[in-house]
Design a protein around this ligand. Structure first.
Ligand code: TGC
Ligand code: FAD
Length: 390
């Protein structure tokens, strides 16, 4: 990894500012020193490296676009994308931890929360002192979160929360959860539920073959008393959680390309070193075809996310544009991971190389934050005007 440089076939570095490049080298250095040496072992053991929460906070990976006064980084969306790209070059699970904390926990508190909520939670989340999680998905409502049954009932100065969330990243170690639940008028409301509140538990989900270095769990609410001041005052309805997903999906669009770059880089190096039939396998046309297609798709993806980043920084990116980029980057990365794994032959299935880990991780990435098919239908709806969901 010492020599690592991200592929730049179309001289895209010329589109980046000095600040963008500084952000990239800072995160790249961090991944090289703190993530790459340990990640394979944690993934093999299926353990979350808890120590990264603090260090991710220290390097500014949490809430890069949130204003500095609230504990964020005050950066633009290209910087945010670059951070996600570099983290996911290390591991999708590490990027997940940062995505959830920044886009799904800090963002809603910042965008929908009261001033008191912002001041109370954001600095500690930004620094990594606290870890958060985001509860939208339920056992019976994944792609269609509007059907959720988790609910709150008014009880004077507090609400009583009941229900359960499933597949929640960071849940087992989270200090707090941003939870979406229906009120008595059937309106979706967002709130902060803190660890330690009576009736709130977070059992871990075991036996995953994917994102093994990221902790996943349930959120179970059994008559939890949630103070009214913990409910977000500034949003109601499904657009609340979906607005957070726009932030996280944008980061994934950059992040998945990071995983793709690592697979490509690994396969390219291997193809130059591995001798079969008395020559490097990179000299065979079929291997070159794979590499040529990989770098083509990475380059197309880079252009797409860069342009999306510009639009996002100007507050002009639509949800449908973000959806397209998430789907395209993850599909690109999955295809590249599968081809790259084959290029390494038997070595490709071992933990000596990162490709199989990326490949398995990406099976979650293509599913969460809206599955590949859901994103196809979002684009389909956008271009035809017909809603396939209703
Ligand atoms: P629909 O009737 O279309 O919309 C309801 C309201 O929401 C608004 N809206 C959006 N607002 C902001 N951003 C978006 N992307 C939005 N999409 C829709 C819409 O305008 C409407 O507003 P209003 O004011 O009219 O009420 O909703 P629907 O029930 O038909 O569902 C649409 C659908 C299927 C696209 C949506 O529900 C969806 O995206 N489903 C996928 C679910 C999903 O992505 N779940 C992710 C869970 S979190 C997660 O996976 C974290 S993994 C993190 C990690 O580890 O990195
Ligand atoms: P389902 O919705 O049951 O979908 C099953 C299949 O049906 C999919 O192929 C889907 O594309 C297809 N399908 C569904 N509806 C349609 C349709 N209308 N047309 C065509 N095909 C359709 N959620 C959170 O809230 N917070 C988290 O932090 C979080 N982290 C996660 C971490 C991991 C590791 C995983 C795997 C998931 C996580 N999720 C999280 C949940 C994730 O968002 C859901 O898994 C995802 O939205 C899909 O829901 P589902 O699994 O219930 O699949």
């Amino acid at each position: 990894q010492d020599l690592y440089e991200s592929p730049d076939y179309y001289l895209l570095d010329e589109l980046l500012t000095e600040e963008h490049k500084l952000v990239r080298s800072t995160i790249r250095d961090y991944v090289k020193k703190e993530i790459s040496p340990i990640i394979e072992e944690y993934a093999q053991k299926s353990q979350f490296p808890r120590q990264v929460v603090k260090s991710l906070g220290e390097i500014g990976a949490f809430g890069p676009t949130i204003p500095v006064e609230y504990g964020g980084g005050g950066m633009d969306y290209i910087s945010y994308g670059i951070i996600m790209q570099e983290l996911e070059r290390g591991d999708s699970g590490i990027r997940s931890t940062a995505s959830v904390q920044g886009s799904l926990v800090m963002y809603p508190i910042y965008a929908y929360g009261s001033e008191e909520q912002r001041r109370k939670y954001l600095p500690k989340l930004g620094s990594g002192e606290w870890l958060g999680c985001f509860g939208l998905t339920e056992p019976d409502f994944g792609s269609n979160p509007s059907g959720m049954i988790t609910n709150i009932k008014d009880a004077g100065d507090h609400y009583i929360l009941n229900g359960a969330k499933m597949w929640i990243s960071n849940a087992p170690f989270a200090d707090l959860a941003v939870v979406w639940a229906k009120d008595e008028q059937d309106i979706i409301r967002g709130m902060v539920v803190e660890r330690g509140m009576e009736g709130f538990s977070t059992p871990e989900t075991h036996n995953k073959w994917s994102l093994r270095a990221s902790a996943t769990g349930e959120l179970v609410f059994d008559n939890v008393k949630v103070p009214k001041e913990n409910v977000f005052p500034n949003v109601q309805g499904l657009k609340g959680p979906l607005g957070c997903l726009n932030q996280a999906r944008y980061g994934i669009a950059w992040g998945a390309l990071g995983a793709a770059m690592d697979c490509y880089d690994t396969a390219l190096r291997y193809s130059k070193e591995r001798i079969q039939f008395d020559r490097p396998i990179g000299g065979f046309q079929l291997q070159q075809k794979k590499l040529a297609e990989m770098i083509t798709e990475i380059t197309k993806g880079q252009l797409l996310v860069w342009r999306l980043g510009v639009l996002k920084s100007e507050n002009r990116a639509t949800a449908a544009q973000i959806s397209m980029a998430k789907r395209n980057s993850v599909e690109t990365a999955l295809n590249i991971a599968r081809e790259a794994r084959q290029m390494l032959g038997g070595m490709g299935i071992t933990g000596e190389y990162p490709i199989m880990r990326h490949m398995m991780n990406l099976e979650s990435v293509v599913t969460y934050e809206g599955t590949h098919d859901i994103h196809l239908l979002i684009t389909g709806m956008d271009v035809t005007g017909f809603n396939a969901f209703k």
